[in-house]
Design a protein. Sequence first.
Length: 362
Amino acid sequence: MKDLSTRFARLSIGLSFYSFALVGLSVGVGGVILKSLSTSYHVGDAMLGTLFVVLYLSYSLSSFFCGPLAQRLSLRWLLILGTTLFLLGMLGFILEVPFALLEISYVCMGLGTGMIETGFNIFISALPGRTSLLNYLHAFYGVGIIFGPLLATGILALLWGWNRIYVVLAVLILLQLGGIVLFLRVPVVEKDPSQEQAPTQRTAFREALTQPLIWLTAIFLLVYAGVEVCASSWGYTYLVDKQALGPLAAGWIVSGFGIGLTLGRFLIQPMAQRKGVSVTTLMYTLIGAAILSLLITWLMPFGILAGIGFCLLGLSLAPIYPLTVALVPKLVPERLVPSANRNALRQSFGVTYYLAHVSLLS
């Protein structure tokens, strides 16, 4: 792989982190405004749930064509297209369109964020030190979840109107789009002569789906993804309605969930590596801690204890997905991993990962 210039390499990596933070910011905001949407559109939780189904179905759809589209258009144009769709999705909220049209906004957001996440995952995976960089990349998603609830509750507390939240998001996404156009430099991968003997991407994708370990890992990710998205999307509503917390307190606690996600991804895996803790032991520990956190959040009668459990949940969930992504090459035959076939393998995980949100939310 040819080296990028140091300046543009740093700008490109920083841009990927910023973009993931924006995706997390939109998720954090989305959970807080559910009550405002319910009041504004006079709909219940069941109807609001359809928005999430539409969002994650479009997320899943994007995972089918992102790999081939990146090869056809180039990764840079895939990210430009995804960011543009993400921006268009904001317009429905800014203009307060009818509820039926709001579904279209969620389609644009789902397709856009799917392209952004897939594109930058592919970009980071092509760089040296990808395991650590992937961990940091997903940590910045947690940074967005930290500030999303604070941004939303702050604007709502000022009585500026819930749609103003999306004006702020639109401005930040415009900066992202400009950064991709001006500064993103995609590393050039040298063609491997042995690749001519490798199966095609479509064949590799089908073969990856025949691997039992792929499906076992997919089921694991299904549960993990459902827990994370439900906590980030519905946590605010749960804390306000069921735990009788005030809006500002609930917003801070949901931000605490994001702090847990961020600190967990920055700190837990490096600490485990320094202590010589195996990945298997770390995984079991994280799963046990997540289950304990859920029980605290659900069973404790006091809102503050539920809030502590909610923050611990984010800390426990944080490293699970990046660890799983880094382990993918060890779970499948080596011939499925190199070059373009790596993208096909990521797609097989992407489909099940995003369908997990749909299954558990619906």
